[in-house]
Design a protein around this ligand. Structure first.
Ligand SMILES: [Zn+2]
Length: 661
């Protein structure tokens, strides 16, 4: 009987109802047995809350499905947002905090009683409390949690104002008092406002196309920043008193130890965000003012693993495919951390994927799962390093092997062996340009004659931000800039047009939208092989490659800047590392030859601040920077965008990450 709700009372045997609830979802194919087991485990690990709520929080079942099945099971009507009132009902009798706490919303007050939507009809306390509070019969409906929350905000005051009131009403003890109380933290982390804050933090990050969320505790507040298109952007901080609870909540979600606050921890989680399943990697590091958290968002749907859309110029695409489709040999992709190497390799594997090919990858970590490809995670802790796995993989006779990274001579030598025995090997190296990856392998100890018979090509790449098409502004490049940067080569028109970011609603005011790679592709020709055997320096290798038609990353970047795809500063920023250690950078620039210095691996620098210092010094000393500075002075490049300092910070962070790997 669904209309005698005044007599509805939550069942005594909640466990039995939860069991029936789970079974019904499984029967309908809305939940898998594994999903149920996972929720049970999480619950065992200290996550509070009832099963229906837990399932939706874990992203295993949508909130709507939860509400529907609960309503059916308990014989209660469903109340959707369209059934909600437009003005607050019984505002004088209930307070916002109570409604939020129990996610309960009065819908209508008439002769039969008060219709109320509740997200958790199994919660006896909330329903009894409501009944006592209003002193009238309750006509219970089941609502969707987020819809109820939204309506409470809308009808009973916004969360912002409510928050301040909550703060005063709440226990007056400060965060510090809770710092040492794990149980209390656990409770706090399971409270609705904290769960909501964390969920919002994550869903907003995904909405704004962020790749990472950084939560950094400082004395005054928990600072939150999103990395969007490679640059960090500060967003609103959550109330300071929730900082410990928010961190604990994230730990619970990632199934980490919430009592451990002195050691770094790493974890993973999967959540359903707006209908798609998204993977997250969580890294927690203790800092002076508490634990800092980086959440990496691995949203498969936001990454185009399509070779054609990575940014390979038409001139390069054919050359790359030529190397990729060789039946055996080694193809290396090189660049610093965060330069898009993995994406290029994944896109290449998907391009090669065919039923008659066996593809195995050895990765650390596995970033995206690829259908039909055997992916193996490196676990050095139990002896599964790249070299060990590679040896065992070769016994399984794959056609194509992707090695996440060649870090040591052992791995390099097995890769060479694999290529010699007829396998196609794809891998990455940390070097600054295509030519220096060759000298790096030789320096590691790979025999030159083995390298010449196996290496088919090396690709270097960097990511630059794409200008927002809706708001980019064109300007005429100043003659000095054209001269210094050799821009004449990238355009036929008498006046060279460049583009700069402006900022509009489409790009959230940043002037950029998404990123694109700039590439250089060095195909190992006979001339290059001769140079390898002569132990030529990387700049000689590069010169030979350019003579044979290689477009450098700089060329590719400048072409993209001249075409309005990116801004010239972006290209200069990411190709800057080739200047390190070269006191003649200015001169090289003027001759249009960007690479004379040997490449330096940023990760090899031992001290972060000295790296930062070097880079700043370098920035001041290069002609490129000087020309940008002078251009800025003459307003040629005015109009917003990211400052050089800001981008340098990004590079430093990337290097720090690389160093900590
Ligand atoms: Zn825009």
């Amino acid at each position: 009987m669904t209309n005698s709700m005044s007599t509805y009372s939550p069942p005594n045997d909640v466990v039995a109802v939860e069991e029936a609830f789970a079974q019904r979802l499984i029967q309908r194919g809305q939940l898998t047995q594994q999903g149920l087991e996972r929720a049970t485990r999480v619950r065992g690990a200290g996550e509070a809350g009832r099963l229906p709520h837990l399932l939706s929080m874990l992203g295993l079942v949508s909130e709507r499905e939860v509400a529907q099945v609960l309503a059916e099971l308990l014989g209660l009507p469903l109340a959707l947002a369209r059934d909600f009132p437009t003005v607050a009902v019984l505002e004088d009798k209930v307070n916002r905090r109570f409604l939020s706490e129990f996610r309960i919303l009065p819908l209508a007050d008439d002769a039969d009683g008060v219709a109320v939507a509740v997200a958790d009809p199994l919660n006896r306390v909330s329903i009894d409390a409501m009944r006592l509070r209003i002193g009238r019969p309750i006509l219970l409906r089941v609502g969707i949690a987020s819809e109820i929350e939204g309506a409470i905000d809308r009808l009973h005051g916004r969360r912002g104002s409510g928050r301040a009131a909550d703060g005063r009403a709440a226990d007056s003890a400060t965060d510090d008092a809770f710092e040492h109380d794990i149980e209390r933290l656990k409770d706090l982390a399971s409270e609705a406002p904290v769960i909501r804050m964390v969920n919002q933090l994550i869903s907003r990050a995904i909405e704004s196309r962020a790749s990472d969320i950084h939560l950094e505790p400082f004395e005054d507040a928990l600072h939150v920043r999103y990395r969007i298109d490679g640059a960090l952007r500060e967003v609103e901080s959550p109330p300071n008193r929730y900082r410990a609870a928010i961190i604990s909540r994230i730990k619970i979600m990632a199934r980490l130890n919430i009592a451990e606050r002195r050691l770094p921890q790493d974890g993973r989680m999967k959540l359903a965000v707006r209908g798609t399943s998204v993977d997250f990697r969580i890294a927690i590091t203790p800092t002076l003012h508490g634990e800092s958290v980086v959440i990496r968002i691995l949203d498969r749907s936001s990454v185009a693993l399509d070779l054609a859309s990575l940014g390979l110029a038409d001139e390069d695409f054919g050359g790359y495919l030529g190397v990729l489709h060789r039946p055996h040999g080694i193809l290396l992709v090189t660049g610093p951390t965060g330069s898009g190497k993995t994406t290029t390799l994944y896109a290449s594997l998907l391009r090669l994927h065919a039923p008659e090919k066996k593809i195995v990858t050895i990765e650390d970590p596995i970033e995206y799962q690829l259908d039909g490809i055997n992916q193996i995670q490196v676990k050095p802790g139990i002896g599964l390093d790249f070299a060990n796995i590679l040896r065992s993989v070769l016994r399984h006779d794959p056609d194509i092997i992707m090695i996440g990274e060649i870090r040591d001579v052992e791995t390099a030598e097995i890769a060479v062996q694999a290529a010699l025995t007829g396998h196609l090997v794809l891998s990455t190296l940390h070097t600054n340009n295509a030519a220096s990856s060759i000298t790096r392998l030789l320096d590691m100890g790979v025999q030159d004659f083995l390298l010449t018979s196996t290496l088919s090509g090396t690709v270097a790449q960097r990511l630059v931000r794409r200008l927002c098409r809706h708001c980019r502004e064109s300007y005429v490049a100043m003659p000095e800039l054209v001269l210094q940067l050799g821009l004449r080569r990238y355009s036929n028109s008498p006046e060279i047009m460049l583009y700069r970011p402006k900022g509009c609603t489409e790009c959230h005011g940043t002037g950029f939208f998404g990123r694109i790679s700039i590439f250089e592709i060095l195909v190992v020709s006979d001339a290059i092989r001769r140079l390898i055997l002569q132990r030529a320096e990387s700049h000689e290798l590069e010169r030979a490659a350019v003579q044979e038609g290689m477009r450098t990353m700089y060329d590719d970047g400048m072409s993209k800047a001249a075409a309005g795809v990116t801004a010239i500063e972006e290209v200069l920023q990411v190709t800057r590392d080739v200047f390190i250690g070269d006191s003649n950078a200015g001169r090289c620039l003027q001759t249009g030859n960007f690479r004379i210095s040997p490449a330096v691996n940023p990760a090899a620098d031992s001290d972060r601040s000295s790296v930062a210092h070097n880079r700043r010094g370098l920035l001041r000393s290069t002609a490129a920077a000087a020309s940008i500075a002078s251009a800025k002075e003459s307003n040629a490049l005015e109009g917003g965008g990211t400052s050089v300092e800001e981008i340098l910070e990004t590079i430093e962070e990337a290097m720090l990450v690389a160093k900590n790997r």
